[in-house]
Design a protein around this ligand. Sequence first.
Ligand code: NOJ
Length: 559
Amino acid sequence: MNTLKWWQKTVVYQIYPKSFQDTTGSGQGDIPGITTKLDYLKTLGVGAVWLTPVYPSPMVDNGYDIADYTGIDPSYGTMADMEKLIAEAKKRDIRIVMDLVYNHSSDQHAWFQESKGSRDNGKADWYIWRDARADGSAPTNWRGIFGGSAWTWCEERQQYYLHTFAAAQPDLNWANPAVRQALYQAANFWLDKGVGGFRIDAITYIRKPDVLQDGPADGKDGMASIHTMTADTPGILDYLREFQQEVFAGRDIFTVAEANGVGPDELKDWVGSQGVFDMLFEFSHMNLNFRDNEVWCYPNQWKLSELKKALSASQAATAADGWYPIFFENHDQPRSVNKFFPEGADPELAAKALGTLLLTLRGTPFIYEGQELGFTNVAWDSIDCYDDISSHGQYEFSLKEGFSPEQALGFVHRFSRDNARTPMQWSDHYEAGFTTGKSWLPVHSDYPRCCVESEAKDEESVLSYYRQLTSLRSTDKIGKVLIYGDYQERLVESEQIYAFRRTLGVQHIDIMVNFTLQEVGFDTAGLQGSKYLAGNYRTPKKGCLRPLEAVIYWNETGR
Ligand code: NOJ
């Protein structure tokens, strides 16, 4: 058995700081709020906390538009608060993981402010500038990921600049070695402060093709998605190898990069002994919802076999070398209960069913705040109620494609990132205990039932189930199989049940989840000699799985 590193044996918890815990009454979460909740995280077996960006930012994209890579936004607190969080977390054996947003900065960053001033200043080529076409229009027909052109005109320079996301998020020019060095320096600054690793944002976009040219239109607006035109451009790994050498190599930390556009078949180039990161968030299991490029108005009716195929492919790709970050939620996704289960699914059963996969697949589980309580989507009355910039872009795009405002709002209900950004629910008190002021996003109406205080008292709650499974991971024999064991998919053809086995030596654990709202029979022969360990019904029923039932069986002898 190979020895694994600390981050391969732990559970990571993702915090969206703006929505986690407010200590000032401002209605927005802050860093001291996170510090007050470290003991709670400990009860979930968490060994690392990934914070989405807390740097100074105009917050056009809630912090993913960074104006200073080595500061703290005053709305979140001070550098002293951050240092205290790192130290308090360390006392509890929890490491703090920062988000590096290096494809782009904010347009308010001093680098961009200088760059846009003229064509010959010291930072003139720190961003991607191009002349207009002869008719004054943008250099290419690329549509940014948040909608509209990926180019914005700058009066001062009389040129366009490129932005994969919002106009307030200009793309940095990674082809310039000075830019790369400045970014490495900022990352090293945080490592010197004692952070335990990085989640690296939108990494697949950092390298642009040598020639920027029009792509085939993929919508009625005549534009081509910038994702199609630039994601995973050949040569990207050359930059990343340098990044690894200059920042991560030889440190006892982990890196996990967000890599939309990289499939399981390419994982070997990105992670493992030949790779550049420790783990990669690849999205093949998350994007089944869409026909193309995450366009919300063209959802896809996916089948369970496709989900299993995607998960099994990434399990296989990291079986011998590399490591997999298991995730079903993050701050950009609707809640998993709504995303992966049919309408009408019991939210608690569904949350536990998916939690079963999250905590038993091979890899490091990433729990997103609220997932451990069974949070579900919201559906607000008007697009004006939504804060998320991409919800507005997708709404407009849906209208342009010919959908009615009601239909466009329906897509927002289903896919908005605000579904994941409603405040954490701590208690059944005012604003769910999140703030004493007025919360920046409405608290979900289910908070009296779905909150830490109520669920901690209830042995059958989603939270108790998460605690039960995370503590299984730290028990001696069972935990070893869950962490080190191989993965093998079973019942491959089934469109109703996801079943797999984790094996270590003679011991194995069988996991089965019924994704349907019907009872489904199965052959129990494979379970003879196994003991029922856990599940989302009180006791198992012989020979079948009830609606959304998840079961875990332990076999110590292999017989
Ligand atoms: C991916 C992040 O997860 C998302 O929240 C953000 O809007 C974009 N990258 C741009 O940074």
